[in-house]
Design a protein around this ligand. Sequence first.
Ligand SMILES: Cc1cc2nc3c(=O)[nH]c(=O)nc-3n(C[C@H](O)[C@H](O)[C@H](O)COP(=O)(O)O)c2cc1C
Length: 336
Amino acid sequence: MTSPENTTTSLDRLREVAVEAARAANAHNTQPWELRPGTDRIEVGWRAEDALGPSDPAHRDLRLSLGTYVESLLIAAAEQGIAVDFELDLDTETRRVGRLRPAVWPYDTGFRTSDIAGRRVWRGAWKPQQVDTKAIGAAQETARAAGFRVAAISAVAARPLLVRAYHWFFGDPGIAEELMAWTRLSPRHPKYHSDGLNDVMLVLNRVERFLMGLLFSPAVYRALRPLGLPRLLTPLSSSATAGDGVVLVILGKGEDTAQEVAAGRLVTRLWLDLFRQGIYVHPQSHVIDCPRTVGDLAALCGAEDSERPLVFFRVGIPAVDPSLRPRHPRRDLPQQ
Ligand SMILES: Cc1cc2nc3c(=O)[nH]c(=O)nc-3n(C[C@H](O)[C@H](O)[C@H](O)COP(=O)(O)O)c2cc1C
């Protein structure tokens, strides 16, 4: 660790690492975070236009994504010897999750910027190979230390819930519209290289790409939805529901939404640790958001009364090498 440094310097230097922190996982790749510099602190907030609506009805994913960003920022800052800490202070009115303040020492972490840079989501097919139970045990221990519980359930048991949740997801016109607003099916899309979900990381082949563009176009979607279109769309996500791997579910206690920011920080630590072991992650939020599956999911996890699922992610070994595909992009940072 490097020695403590001057207050203003540590905050000024945070901008240097903000680019690296922006590689944080975030729902729909909207990159909702915003750093708001002040004299003795930097607020971490979000931009209203990058917060999802119907696809994230409780804004749980928003708070989780801001947590993944904060953790990534602290890791990147620590590597540069920048001494800051994070104070959680959620305020919906001003769209703030908390603030970064100068600290005596850099954040204590075993992760490095290269871990943040290498991590990526995997939505493709999985090898039958099972994830080492030691890795799952370690994730459960890390979660316990952070005040959360990780339940490990089989993908086979979760599949009926996932399929039901996909029907709900694809059948909701607001969600479908939002999905298409953030999906970039071709490099010709003006925002293909800056944000959203691209065809490559959605692992769509040419036919699926064409079908997605066609079936989600407003007129076709409106006409076919009452005829059972959502069921037809679910196979687009077949690799997400297939196989006999493991799903990890992070459970929190009580209704306090601020804990979701802390859970997002935990997600980063778990994801980076798994990634170091060659284990990939696919979060799937709709099974928690869908009113017809969240209760069954809680029951599968053996949730106590006060516990609720916050994050659902499949873990495993990809069937093809993910590094051969371009990653989801990030926007350039705004000039200040
Ligand atoms: C809180 C949260 C929820 C997410 N939910 C989903 C999801 O439901 N389905 C999915 O395919 N990916 C999901 N993701 C993955 C993001 O879409 C992904 O992180 C983002 O597109 C950026 O890509 P990258 O992680 O490869 O950098 C989620 C990620 C986070 C942090």
